[in-house]
Design a protein around this ligand. Sequence first.
Ligand code: C5P
Length: 232
Amino acid sequence: MSNNSPIIVALDFPSAAQALELVERLEPQRCRLKVGKELFTRSGPTFVEKLVDQGYDVFLDLKFHDIPNTVAAACRAAADLGVWMVNVHAQGGRKMMEAASEALQHSSHQPLLIAVTILTSMAEDDIHEVGLGGTPAENVKRLAKLAEGSGLNGVVCSPQEVAMLRETISAEFNLVTPGIRPSWSAKGDQARITTPADATRLGSNYLVIGRPITAADEPLEALQKIEDELRG
Ligand code: C5P
């Protein structure tokens, strides 16, 4: 089912039952869904296939990071589930990313392959401690270029990094941004936030939005308000 929505709803729930309760209140033509490590570890591939069968585009956010052969095989398995987007850590290196990209090119179904550069939870001290020099921004830029050069389709990044990345990578390279808060919603534990309209204006292609939709009394209304804000 084709879908033009830039909105990816983060299904951060501890059980499939809770996630499905929300999913039933959304519509597959109006958003996409992100399944992360907690939900996948609890509910597995059957749950992902259920979402795909309901017509949803699924971003399988498992951030693969291993030797090239293993990551390629995991990406192939994700493709077989019918997911729309899958991701790997750019720090796995060129050979790993090329192997993942190559594996997907030979799959029957081709999800978008996205890289995580530097986790936004890592500050400058943290990246130095693991042996990386420079600032987080310099590392994000370098790893995004490496991901692009390795055949990937985009990176996950903070909305604050979008303008910088748009200067260095091609227009076709997708930027997927969490840390999104409409003006009317609670900030929660997100420190640096951007509104959906601002993130899009800066050049973000896909907006990962969790609690403003998942914790809303009326999730579809919250989605509608975000769509209106994006149009306006
Ligand atoms: O509820 P909220 O909108 O804050 O959810 C954001 C989603 O994006 C969560 O699934 C979170 O793990 C993810 N994420 C993030 N910041 C990053 C990377 C991923 O918030 N840097």
